[in-house]
Design a protein. Structure first.
Length: 115
């Protein structure tokens, strides 16, 4: 799914892979169930709230915040912000089978577990 202007929202449903991308606008995926979740935005925020534990989460924003909310599980976590804060409040497991990666050039990264 590619989108080049404005806000892109994906909600509910399930899929083998979810790969929403936006060139100029935010990407929001809430309550999705997918084995693989990859999001990209060039200029805008990325917001992920996942319904199930995916095998892979890779979320990248060029200019904007990247909040990620995975379900509770042991996650192999990578988070990097070029010019912004990084806060990770999830259970980390270096050998975990659920990699979560969040990156942004300019903006805050927040990773917390769903309630």
């Amino acid at each position: 799914m590619r989108w080049y202007g404005g806000r892109l929202r994906v909600g509910g449903g399930s899929s083998e892979a979810l790969d929403p991308r936006s060139g100029d606008g935010s990407v929001r995926a809430v309550g999705v169930d997918a084995c693989s979740v990859r999001t990209r935005t060039g200029d805008g925020s990325v917001q992920l709230e996942l319904g199930t534990v995916p095998d892979l989460v890779d979320s990248r924003g060029g200019d904007g915040p990247v909040p990620v909310v995975p379900p509770r599980a042991g996650h192999r976590m990578t988070a990097a912000g070029g010019d912004g804060s990084v806060r990770v409040d999830v259970s980390r497991d270096g050998s975990g089978s659920h990699p979560v990666s969040a990156r942004t050039g300019y903006g805050k990264i927040t990773v917390r577990t769903a309630n």
